[in-house]
Design a protein around this ligand. Structure first.
Ligand code: IPE
Ligand code: IPE
Ligand code: MG
Length: 235
């Protein structure tokens, strides 16, 4: 029986969130420059998006650039921006064909104008697509997201907020919380990702570097998730 056949289609996570880490280490292990790692990481993104859609996952959230990643060298940041623009340009047709709705979590106003306009263009064009919701976290930080939510609560003069009041002020408004959080390349940390939303997510960490995160690795994560007993505080 293949890994894919072992998956229980009735118990799939509705929302999978991934911290795509390890592009640099992947490159280093092959004596290649970091940017080659990022370019190969994009291939994995395309592959995982397609697999998620085929499995009928409702929401896939990928952490692509954190609010802390601005500390990286300027050349690396501009390479990541150019990769993002070319990804969007090359994928828009497929997103339309496969009914993928592209959204952003984060404040994109810090990106160069041409990057912002490409993002806005793809978000607008794909907004009514009905199969997979693909969230890409860009200039995203969970603490900044929570600060925004607090500001909005203050503006609305809400002094005793409910959980719903807060959820509705996050970038993930209206979406279910992630059932499964995957982090590649072994770090046992959250790195400012979805702090509010992952309260009850099942966490799966693999040592595999993101560019090597294959179809089989994705199935392994889902199978591990399906073995977990989600108690949500109950007995
Ligand atoms: C993840 O890979 C991609 C981004 C954070 C943009 P890294 O670039 O963090 O790779 P490592 O962690 O240095 O190996
Ligand atoms: C987390 O990876 C951010 C993204 C995957 C975009 P980092 O490589 O930035 O995280 P740290 O520095 O190891 O915590
Ligand atoms: Mg990293």
């Amino acid at each position: 029986m293949s890994l894919k056949e072992k998956i229980d289609l009735a118990k799939l996570p509705k929302h999978i969130a991934i911290i795509m880490d390890g592009n640099g280490r992947w490159a280093k292990s092959k004596f290649l420059p970091r940017f080659i790692g990022h370019a190969n990481g994009v291939k994995t993104v395309k592959n995982i998006v397609e697999l998620a859609r085929k499995l009928n996952i409702k929401v896939l959230t990928l952490y692509a650039f954190s609010t802390e990643n601005w500390q990286r060298p300027h050349e690396e940041i501009s390479f990541l921006c150019s990769l993002l623009t070319s990804y969007l340009k090359s994928e828009i047709e497929l997103m339309m064909k496969n009914q993928i709705s592209f959204r952003v979590l984060g404040d994109i106003s810090k990106f160069p104008a041409e990057v912002q306009s490409e993002i806005t263009n793809v978000c607008n064009k794909t907004k009514d697509n009905k199969s997979l919701i693909l969230n890409i976290a860009l200039n995203y930080g969970a603490r900044q997201e929570i600060i925004h939510a607090f500001e909005s609560l203050c503006a609305d003069k809400i002094v005793h907020p409910t959980e719903e009041d807060i959820s509705n002020r996050l970038y993930t408004k209206g979406l279910p919380d992630p059932d499964l959080l995957i982090r590649t390349s072994g770090e046992m940390r959250i790195s400012n990702f979805l702090l509010w939303q992952i309260s009850y997510s099942e966490i799966y960490i693999t040592d595999v570097f993101w560019p090597d995160f294959s179809e089989e690795e994705f199935y392994k994560a889902i199978l591990e998730y399906q073995k977990r007993n989600r108690r949500f505080g109950n007995v």
